[in-house]
Design a protein around this ligand. Structure first.
Ligand code: ATP
Length: 693
């Protein structure tokens, strides 16, 4: 039932991504055809048979119309969200045109009422036109109700589908996307942009169809009623269109600006409303500062929306003025024609009615245009996010010189074509001459410099005219033999956490290889990686859910007894007994209802449940008091027995027993050995150890 976007492979070459590299908005080749298709999505009816070909074509035409009206070429790709809604869209267009045609009957009924029924004064004569008018009104409101029903059905469906596609893509984006993206920006795409985009597809375009049908039908009716009077109308029509055109461009710019400011305001609010944001606002007593910052941004939004409202009302006023002038001319000319017997009073009255009904809503046309323009910007942002290259599952096999691997008895083909690691005999973790730069890990930057061009390994050092990248790891080579423990120590900023990111496959090195059991991580699927590698990060995250749900992140099918056993092993058994709801206790946003040590132990319990062959522990016990640290260490020791373990630690006391200790300095390993040999060498390790020893 999930809508997934499958266009990024084609698009990655065309567009740069979401943040700092807005997409060109151009449809990338056949992307919209290769993109998501309803997989039994909400409300997806079955299409089949030759008669349905028309309904299959309707969404395509509709998407093209939306792209043209919104002036966002990317909007044409929105077809993938409503490709199965041909009947609904055709119904909407039919209802729009039917509504306009029904209105056309009104002026003729009015003419017959004024010219034929009223002069007799007999109820018998009055009744038919009055009943017809009533019938027409009822029919019109029925058509309108049906239209609204279809619009809200289609709108609801589109909102869900676009959100599903965005969310599904977010889950597949590389981790590097998140540190450089403001959370609020993503939220704006999921909220405002999605609503605007769906509205343009479901409602606004229909409104434009309605207006166009109203005008065409209105002009025909006026011409049929009296061609001389219709000439007077046509005389004023171009002036009205000029006013609409004149106001449109300026209004579109204003609307886009106001929406941008609004998005920034929301992003700011999201930042301070996050748990850690709110905590720091209070810790630094910056409530007043945040209020002022918000007020200043809100004032900008207000100024922009006032200017927008001013221009809208000015344009509407001018359009209404044009309409009033047209009416005055029609009435005056009509009076002359009536007095000279060349037309009837009923014709003039009918003409006035036709003008009001068909051209009256013209004043909203200018607002429709600016709504469509901002929907265009929303489409561009949605597709920029969807075009941000996602992490592909490991390719089954890539022939070529880049893939150098000795035949290994420890691997087999995995279920999805990726490599499946054999676990018996243990798994070795190895970093071979690994160079890594965060600057080059950003796909937006990657396009600029050859060092990070996709498919080509980067090289340390910059070419002529390129800014030298900041290398966080420089030629790191380390090997953690199966079943042994290696520790990495070093000063703050040396690159220790970066090693854990690479070992967990969150980032790829620009040069060199990270291997598990001799297999490069690039050939291992995320599922296989999760099966084999467990990570306790520096700042473990807990989801706003129950303790049980947070634990089952480690293993979805774990039983309650297994959860309790894991909690016991991580010294959280006592906490569990204390909590009235036990495993069902909600831990609060980011786990803020637990102490730092409890959060840490819960994260350890989660990895205990995962029971991976390779463990990566980044300061895993740093937040624990000495009593629980000893207990957790015991649990971890039991867990790491026979498993490959990489420990990142500042507390040198925690790495004494490691089989091998690597000392990292400015991204380079400068020493390695056991605790004793390193101390005896009296080098960097001894200097690190001294202050705490
Ligand atoms: N997302 C990022 N973007 C750019 N640079 C980063 C990013 N994360 C870390 N760095 C930089 O990479 C270098 C290594 O950082 P890392 O977090 O690996 O150090 P560390 O040894 O774990 O430090 P600490 O012990 O203080 O946590 C630092 O210079 C840091 O500023």
């Amino acid at each position: 039932m999930t809508w997934q976007y499958a266009g990024q492979r084609q698009n990655s070459a065309v567009t740069g991504g979401f943040v700092g590299s807005p997409t060109s908005g151009e449809p990338a080749g056949d992307t919209h055809r290769g993109a998501a298709r309803p997989a039994g999505g909400p409300g997806a009816p079955r299409l089949g048979g030759s008669g349905d070909r028309l309904f299959e074509a309707v969404p395509r035409w509709h998407a093209r119309a939306v792209a043209r009206l919104t002036r966002a070429p990317a909007a044409v790709r929105a077809e993938m969200f409503f490709a199965d809604q041909g009947r609904v869209i055709a119904g909407l267009i039919l209802l729009s045109v039917t509504g306009s045609l029904a209105v056309a009957g009104g002026p003729f009924i009015v003419r017959s009422l004024v010219d034929d029924a009223l002069p007799t004064g007999k109820v018998r004569d009055l009744l038919p036109p009055v009943l017809m008018l009533c019938g027409l009104l009822i029919f019109e409101s029925t058509v309108l109700t049906a239209r609204m029903k279809l619009i809200s059905r289609l709108g609801g469906l589109l909102t869900v589908r676009i959100r599903q596609a965005v969310n599904s893509h977010l889950q597949r984006l590389p981790f590097s996307f998140f540190p450089r993206t403001q959370q609020g920006e993503v939220m704006t795409v999921l909220s405002t942009d999605v609503v605007e985009a769906q509205n343009s597809v479901s409602a606004t375009t229909q409104a434009v169809v309605c207006r166009a049908a109203d005008i065409v039908v209105g002009l025909v009716v006026i011409f049929v009623l009296d061609w001389r009077l219709s000439l007077a109308v046509l005389l004023f029509a171009p002036a009205t269109l000029l006013i609409i055109r004149g106001g449109r461009r300026r209004l579109m710019a204003l609307t886009t600006r106001r929406r941008e400011l609004d998005g920034m305001l929301m992003a700011q609010a999201a930042d301070t409303a996050s748990v850690s944001g709110a905590l720091h606002v209070r810790l630094f007593d910056r409530a007043g500062y945040e209020e002022r910052r918000f007020d200043a941004a809100a004032a900008e939004v207000l100024a922009a929306s006032r200017e927008e409202a001013r221009l809208t009302s000015r344009v509407r006023f001018l359009i209404n003025l044009g309409l009033v002038a047209t009416m005055m001319v029609v009435v005056t000319l009509g009076a002359v024609l009536v007095s000279s017997g060349r037309t009837s009073l009923g014709t003039v009255a009918a003409l006035g009615g036709a003008l009001l009904v068909s051209f009256g809503p013209l004043s909203t046309a200018v607002t429709l245009r600016s709504e469509l323009a901002s929907a265009g910007a929303s489409f561009t942002r949605i597709f920029a996010l969807l075009d941000t290259p996602a992490e592909h599952p490991a390719p089954p096999s890539q022939p070529g010189p880049a893939r150098v691997r000795e035949p290994s008895p420890t691997v087999a083909a995995g279920p999805a074509g990726g490599v499946r690691l054999a676990l018996d005999g243990g798994v070795e973790l190895a970093l071979d001459d690994v160079w890594f730069s965060y600057d080059l890990a950003d796909p937006a930057d990657r396009r600029g410099g050859p060092a990070g061009q996709p498919g080509r390994p980067g090289r340390p050092g910059a070419g002529p005219g390129e800014a030298a990248p900041e290398w966080s790891l420089r030629g790191v080579a380390l090997r953690v033999a199966p079943g042994t423990t290696a520790a990495v120590v070093g000063a703050s900023g040396a690159g220790k956490t970066t090693i854990t990111y690479l070992a967990a496959g969150l980032y790829r090195p620009q040069r060199g290889t990270v291997r598990l059991g001799g297999v490069p991580l690039s050939e291992i699927t995320p599922a296989e990686l999760h099966r084999v590698v467990g990570v306790v990060p520096q700042d473990p995250h807990l989801f706003h859910d129950t303790i049980a749900a947070n634990l089952r992140y480690g293993r979805l099918d774990a039983t309650d007894d297994e959860l309790r056993a894991a909690l016991d092993a991580a010294c959280l058994g006592a906490l569990l007994d204390r909590l009235p709801a036990g495993l069902a206790t909600r831990v609060g946003a980011r786990g803020y209802r637990l102490s730092g040590g409890e959060r840490q132990r819960l994260a350890i319990a989660r990895v205990l449940l995962q029971s991976p062959e390779v463990l990566v522990l980044d300061e895993a016990t740093s937040a624990l008091d000495s009593v629980s640290e000893a207990a957790v260490r015991q649990a971890l020791d039991r867990l790491s027995a026979g498993r490959t373990t990489l420990v990142i630690a500042h507390r040198l006391s925690t790495v004494r027993d490691a089989d091998q200790i690597h000392v990292l300095d400015h991204g380079q390993i400068v020493e390695r050995g056991t605790h004793e040999t390193l101390l005896a060498d009296d080098g960097a390790y001894a200097r690190l150890y001294q202050p705490v020893g």
